[in-house]
Design a protein. Sequence first.
Length: 565
Amino acid sequence: MEPVQSDDLPQYPFGPLLRSLRKRAGLSQEELAREVDFDKSYISRLELGSRPCPLETAEILASALGLFGDERQQFLLTAQQDAVFREIDKREEELLAVDEGAFTPRPALITGKVASGGQWPLIAESVIADRTFHAVVEPGEAVAELEQELREGRKLEYLAPRLTEETVNDLLARYEGNEDAGALGAELLTRGQGARVRRYPVLCYRAGAGQALNSVLPREEVDARRGSVIEPPQVLVRDPFPRLRRWLAANPQGTPREAERATSWGWNLCMEGLRREGGNLVLSARLAEYGLIMDSCDSLIDEACGAALGGAGITGKMPLRDLLEAADKPLVSAHKRAAGIGIAALITCVCRQSDGRHVLDALIGRRSLNVGTYADTWHVAPAGMFNWRFDANEPNGSPARPWGSYDPGDLLRSVLSEYAEETRNLGELEDNRRRPYLEGLQVVRELCEVARFEFTGIAVDLANLRPEVCVLIYVPDADWHGRQEFDLNYEYGEQGRPVGHESKDHRRQLTAVTVADEYEDLDDAALAKLDPAETVAAGAAAFWLGVDRARELYREDLARHRRAT
């Protein structure tokens, strides 16, 4: 079956597709109606586009038309796409009836241009791209379209959604007072007072008192058998263009096919639901491939950023979210999405000042322009997608059957892996799945000897509706930071200054922000840096949740030290 070309889509694509397949099968409308036991008038209305086709009906029609494999899947996906367009148009009509002319049809993507000469794209003032969202675009179709653009000598566009103050306010207004999240004790992250108040577009679910990290995602909550993997037809919106274009911007000599291979594969766990049991937070999860997670979450980021410009910043004009919220409770569950679970860890350490005083520092990094989302913004480190470990030699797990080797201790292992990869530039850890290799690394052993690891909560970024498990890494050794030879990987820019080394050391460093001294908590420096539009939302949650707990541990250490002396 020839794919439905995105540039030639009619207003509702299912009817023309059904008509062409019926004719190809040599059936009249009446004959097809007899095959499926429907009225001929019903088939006629479907082909004319005067009514939607439910997925159950599309499955019956697919069988009657002899559709199998990819052809059948494309047929069902088009029925879903048709239904999404109809719902979006219905919402638009309702909104236009209230405020005519205030809404731009079908949300547009935000884009910045790829810099020439193989340079990294600069995140400058964003503009609305010509391309609009299409519900359900096959990666193969996207690859073919990008290849055609390159053959025609057209400059590829790099999708660079960027939060603005307007975007942040829209997201906060949409989710403030959400009853589903409130029932679990969630709160929108707000810090500071008066002119320095910071309101971040992220929901924070604080950990239960003393809750262990390995209790967040118990083994029995990982329903990741092959039959329970999240498949593309189950995801409401799937647009691979952002993912592919971002990779091509970072790899100017690459091809669209290489972009698809590099960004699509890799198992990750996705949130299925979030609840509390006896005060503790518990996640349930399913498997999905990395590319599907990116397509699902990126579409929401693009819509949020596009709404602020294309929708004139009017709160509530986010149709994709409207559809999700109509079918689900997206702040506590992930129906029709692939909401990949991430981890975000804040390193805090006690540092000795030149005058002998001890202060508490929190370490942050500025993301580079080399990353696809939230480029050139502040974030905690380590941070990344949660990856558990498996090995072909393990009896219950292998790359072909990865769920069999899931272990709740892999949440901490994921933190440690990201720590070694990001702060020591150990690129080989991107593909490592072996627990012994990770645990044998010297930088990992050294950190485990001096640090305390605590689960502080779960953050849900309101831009992509993806959960992040927040972790505190607390180091009480006052000389530890000065001994570190950080060399951040490509994900971070050269923002920090070397600590304990000569200024000629040009390796990328983390930036230390003092958050407490021996007499008081200090918020001003952190509030000045961590502007909501300049900070990864989940990173802000991990930062402030971690700082709150680190201050408690710091005060306890000071009290013990004073008693001892």
